[in-house]
Ligand binder design. Structure first.
Ligand code: NOJ
Length: 564
């Protein structure tokens, strides 16, 4: 390992080395026009809340015109706003107002695939095999006597084959196209220079409007292995975090794209950046996306996928720190997003050793679920994450300790995973239910300005318990999870050594993760029975109440050391 270069001070280094970024799933954040779906103006009304929370940046999930098959990740037009969500003018106002509140704003860019309603795909369907219009996507002839078999054995992430056969203009079945996700999400052909130029224009379109950066969807997927070879031992469905290399993930060619994008980002003032959604492992593969001429951040999904257990978490932290140090990049810690079971639930799952992705399982037995324990752990996890060197990503509702919504009736499930898995995977709706802003049920617990809207009439039905997590209640309760996040983020801001930098592990026993960030700042996370905290230390914040000097189980604390 090379010696880390000394970092410039926090005010002198790019903001994205330290930032805590809040992910807004726009459809479920706040509904200003009363239709039961979140929108751009809803976000605008909540900027003071986000400012008070203390985050540095916002990431908004796709807000472009879209048939909403995958809730915006099926983009029909990359340079406009979905009419259900508002207008381009409102989006421009949001960008400006976010800046006035002292925060940055990232938009989500979806370059691996478009919607099948994108003009280019519609044109491709009407064009001949081999035509320039077809070449923008991944059309191939089928195998078998009449091309009736898919071109290879790839499976889609959402389940089922990754190929769909189309009919020609004469109505006869002919070529197939690749869709690594839903059938309605055809993959672009990134060997095509028009595709590359188009996305450069998309980046500039939003950069010109003042966005500070991009979250890149499926950043490890755009380039496919030449010849599109079969997967040797295919999974029933492709996993994003593949157990071994796949011909459609993490190919070397993606890095050339990011080198080009970095030049575009750097041609604008103000440390514009991009964060990769690259489900790659181990961390040394992540580091490749963060070389000095590529991207700024990449989510640490190894950390997110780790169970609530100190050995595995420590291993993931160490690996990330070492690998990213090699390329001089900061780590980006994350426990929640719109694709995974909320940490309140995940951290309470029984652990089955050796089972990959156990912590991302959506099913589980709700009867065995202990929400108090899950919440306690999620709160401790928050202090762990926010004390680690680098930046962090917080998903809306995480600051309210929202659990997974498990009781959504089957006929209200909307995630394409549900239908494409032939109703074996309930999908991701449980972590996407609209936020409760007020404890009274009117307006879907304050989610909507339409007071007549009931909790079950929101676009995804809210659980009957949602009111007990509401912002207005948590605001008043000094011990609420909302106030825990506010306190931790305020301390993080005032402690110059937090954010990016170094950490030093302390030995506090095998069931404790303990580390210092400076001579006088330490974080202790206890996974086992109560332990004594170092004598003479002052508690800055704790995830659960602490009596005397004893740190109880499933509790984290930030300490000022050596206080006399
Ligand atoms: C990753 C996004 O986070 C997820 O929500 C989406 O379904 C897939 N990419 C496909 O775009």
């Amino acid at each position: 390992m090379t010696d880390p270069k000394p970092l410039p001070s926090r005010s002198e280094r790019p903001w994205w080395r330290d930032a805590v970024t809040y992910q807004i799933y726009i459809r479920s954040f706040a509904d200003a026009n009363g239709d039961g779906k979140g929108d751009v103006n809803g976000i605008r009304t909540r900027l003071p809340y986000l400012k008070q929370l203390g985050v540095d940046a916002l990431w908004i999930t796709p807000w472009y015109p879209s048939p909403q098959i995958d809730h915006g990740y099926d983009v029909a037009d990359y340079m406009d706003i979905e009419p259900e969500y508002g207008t381009l003018e409102q989006a421009e106002l949001l960008i400006k107002e976010t800046h006035e509140h002292g925060m940055k704003l990232l938009v989500d860019i979806v370059p691996n695939h478009s919607s099948d309603k994108h003009v280019w795909f519609q044109e491709a369907l009407k064009s001949q095999p081999g035509s320039p219009a077809r070449d923008r996507y991944m059309f191939r002839d089928g195998k078998g006597k009449d091309g009736e078999l898919p071109p290879n054995n790839w499976q889609a992430v959402f389940g089922g084959p990754a190929w769909e056969r189309v009919r020609g203009i004469d109505g006869k079945l002919e070529q197939w196209y690749l869709h690594l996700f839903a059938v309605e999400q055809p993959d672009f052909n990134w060997e095509n220079s028009e595709v590359r130029t188009y996305f450069e224009k998309v980046l500039m379109f939003w950069l010109d409007r003042g966005v500070d950066g991009f979250r890149i969807d499926v950043a490890h997927g755009m380039v496919k292995m030449a010849g599109l070879p079969d997967v040797v031992a295919p999974d029933p469905k492709a996993e994003m975090l593949a157990p071994e290399n796949r011909p459609f993930w993490d190919q070397d060619g993606v890095h050339e794209i990011y080198r080009q994008w970095r030049k575009i980002l750097d041609s604008y003032p103000g440390d514009r950046m991009a964060v990769a959604e690259a489900w790659v492992s181990p961390a040394s593969r992540i580091a490749r996306y963060l070389r000095h001429d590529e991207l700024a951040n990449s989510f640490n999904f190894d950390f997110l996928s780790a169970p609530w257990e100190p050995v595995m978490l420590k291993k993931m932290i160490d690996r990330s720190m070492q690998a990213l140090q090699e390329v001089g990049a900061p780590s980006s810690w994350v426990f929640n997003n719109h694709d995974v079971v909320r940490s309140v639930d995940r951290f309470d799952l029984d652990l089955t050793p050796g089972k990959a992705n156990t912590t991302l399982e959506r099913q589980g037995d709700p009867a065995k679920f202990n929400i108090a324990r899950g919440t306690r752990r999620a709160r401790a996890g928050a202090l762990l994450m926010l004390a680690l060197p680098g930046g962090a990503y917080v998903y809306q509702g995480e600051e309210l300790a929202l659990p997974e919504a498990r009781e959504i009736p089957e006929d209200r499930l909307t995630d394409p995973r549900w239908s494409l898995s032939k109703h074996t995977d309930r999908g991701r709706d449980g972590c996407r239910v609209p936020l409760p802003w007020r404890s009274e049920s009117e307006g879907a617990f304050g989610f909507s300005t339409n007071s007549a809207l009931t909790p079950t009439e929101a676009w995804l039905p809210q659980s009957s318990t949602w009111g007990s997590f509401a912002v207005n209640l948590q605001d008043k309760d000094p011990d609420s999870t909302l106030n825990l996040y506010r306190n931790a983020l305020a301390i993080r801001r005032s402690e110059p050594e937090l954010g990016d930098g170094q950490m030093t592990w302390l030995n506090a026993g095998s069931l404790v993760l303990a580390f210092t960030r400076s001579d006088d700042f330490a974080c202790y996370v206890n996974f086992g029975p109560a332990i004594d905290l170092p004598a003479g230390s002052e508690i800055l914040v704790s995830s659960s109440p602490i009596e005397g000097n004893s740190l109880p189980s499933d509790t984290a604390v930030w300490l000022r050391l050596n206080k006399k």
